[in-house]
Design a protein around this ligand. Structure first.
Ligand SMILES: Nc1ncnc2c1ncn2[C@@H]1O[C@H](COP(=O)(O)OP(=O)(O)OP(=O)(O)O)[C@@H](O)[C@H]1O
Ligand SMILES: [Mg+2]
Length: 358
C-alpha cells in the first residue's frame, strides 16, 4: 500500500523530473448537434439541442508515460480520445502537440499530425482489413503517408512486428482470420507503431480480449511507452486495470474530469464520491478484507441536459444544498491530487473523507 504523502515532500521533485507534455489540451469541448434534420426541426420545440460529450477538459500527457482515463459508459472517453487526435474537430478549447498548437490545422499540417498522433480502437477484429495480410496491413500506413521505398518499408514492417512480439517469419503472410484476438491486437499496435508516433490513444484496447491475454497487451503498452518514449492515453471503464500501467489517472463524469492525480494516490485515497463508488465496485481478492459500499442511486443523466451546479449531484450520496447552485472549483487535496467537489471546501478535511471511504 502506498504511504500517504505529506505536503512539500518528494512529489515536487517528481514534478520537476516529469518530461514536457507531448499532448496538451486546454478547455477542450466537443458538442454534437442533435435533431438538426428537417423533420426534427418541425417537431421540436425551441432551438436544436446539443450533446455535450466533452465539456471543458484540461489534460496533459507526458512522453514516456501512460495517462489513464476512467469513467462509466457514455461519459465521453472515446470522444476525448478522438478529439485529441483530431478525428473530431473541437467545438472549443486548444490542443498542443509538443508545444505546437494543432487545434485547427488542416491539409499538410493535419497529415503530418496524423503520423505523430495515433489511435488504437478496442475492436481488433474491425481494425484490420480481412483482405490484407499482416505484413500488408502494417505496411499500408507507410504507403498512405508516402514513407520510404519498398525495401525501407519492409525493414520498418519487420521492426514493428518484432516490437510487438509477432515473429515476422510466422506472421507476415497470415490473414487476420488466422490470428487469435491477442495476436490481432498486437498486429493493430504494430500498424500504429510503424509510423513512429509520439502520442497514442489506446481506447479500451483489452476490453474485447480474453482475460488471460489482457495483461500481456498491457505489459506491451507499458514497454512501448518506456522504450519508444511514447505518451499514451489509456482509456478504460475499469479502474482496476489502470493501476498496472498508468502513471497518472483522471476520472471522468458527464464530459468533465472530476478527479486526477498519480494513480496510486487516486486509487488508494479516492477523494470524489464518484471515484469512491467506482472503487467500491471493484471486487477484492482477499475474503477477510472489508470495504465500505458506496451505492450510486439513479441513472447517468443525459449529456443533452446536464444538471446545474455540480453535475454529479443527482447521484451523489453526499449531496449538499450548495451542489445544485454552484459548480465546485478544483481543489488540491494532496500535492498533485485534484478534485472538483464542495466537500473539500467545507470543514470536512480530505484526509478524513478519503480514509472513511476505504
Ligand atoms: N457522433 C456523435 N453524435 C452524437 N452524439 C455522440 C456522438 N458520439 C458520441 N456521442 C455521445 O456522446 C457521449 C459520449 O460518448 P463516448 O462514446 O465518448 O462515451 P464513452 O465514455 O467512450 O463510452 P463507452 O465506455 O461506452 O465507450 C454519449 O452520450 C454519446 O451518445
Ligand atoms: Mg468509448
Amino acid at each position: 500500500m502506498t504511504t500517504r504523502r505529506e505536503p512539500g515532500n518528494s512529489l515536487d521533485q517528481d514534478r520537476a523530473a516529469t518530461p514536457a507534455p507531448v499532448i496538451e489540451a486546454k478547455g477542450l469541448k466537443k458538442h454534437f448537434p442533435v435533431d438538426t434534420g428537417v423533420i426534427a426541426a418541425l417537431v421540436r420545440r425551441g432551438p436544436p439541442r446539443t450533446v455535450k460529450a466533452i465539456d471543458g477538459v484540461d489534460v496533459s500527457v507526458s512522453s514516456r508515460s501512460i495517462f489513464g482515463l476512467v469513467g462509466e459508459s457514455g461519459c465521453g472517453k472515446s470522444t476525448l480520445g478522438m478529439t485529441l487526435v483530431r478525428l473530431y474537430e473541437p467545438t472549443a478549447g486548444r490542443i498542443f502537440l509538443s508545444g505546437e498548437e494543432v487545434t485547427h490545422i488542416h491539409g499538410d499540417g493535419l497529415q503530418q499530425f496524423r503520423r505523430r498522433a495515433q489511435i488504437i480502437f478496442q475492436d481488433p477484429y474491425g481494425s484490420l482489413n480481412p483482405r490484407l495480410t499482416v505484413g500488408e496491413a502494417v505496411e499500408e500506413p507507410l504507403k498512405i503517408h508516402g514513407i520510404g521505398d519498398r525495401a525501407e518499408r519492409a525493414v520498418r514492417v519487420v521492426e514493428s512486428l518484432e516490437r510487438v512480439n509477432l515473429q515476422p517469419r510466422h506472421f507476415l503472410h497470415r490473414y487476420p482470420h488466422e490470428l487469435s484476438g491477442g495476436q490481432r491486437q498486437r498486429a493493430v499496435i504494430a500498424r500504429t507503431l510503424v509510423l513512429k508516433p509520439d502520442f497514442v490513444v489506446a481506447d479500451e484496447p483489452i476490453s474485447m480480449l480474453d482475460v488471460s491475454i489482457r495483461a500481456g497487451i498491457l505489459d506491451l503498452l507499458e514497454m512501448l511507452s518506456k522504450d519508444l518514449g511514447l505518451g499514451v492515453l489509456y482509456v478504460s471503464h475499469d479502474i482496476s486495470t489502470v493501476r498496472y500501467v498508468c502513471d497518472r489517472v483522471a476520472i471522468m463524469y458527464l464530459g468533465v474530469f472530476v478527479e486526477h492525480g498519480e494513480t496510486d494516490e487516486v486509487i488508494d485515497y479516492p477523494a470524489h464520491p464518484y471515484t469512491q463508488a467506482l472503487m467500491a465496485a471493484v471486487p477484492i481478492a482477499d475474503p477477510t478484507a472489508t470495504r465500505r459500499r458506496v451505492e450510486l442511486p439513479g441513472e447517468v443523466p443525459t449529456p443533452i441536459d446536464i444538471p446545474s451546479g455540480c453535475r454529479f449531484r443527482t447521484r451523489c450520496p453526499c449531496v449538499m444544498d450548495i451542489c445544485s447552485r454552484v459548480a465546485p472549483p478544483w481543489q488540491e487535496v494532496n500535492p498533485g491530487h485534484h478534485v472538483v467537489c464542495h466537500l473539500y471546501q467545507s470543514s470536512v478535511t480530505p484526509t478524513r473523507l478519503a480514509k472513511e471511504a476505504r
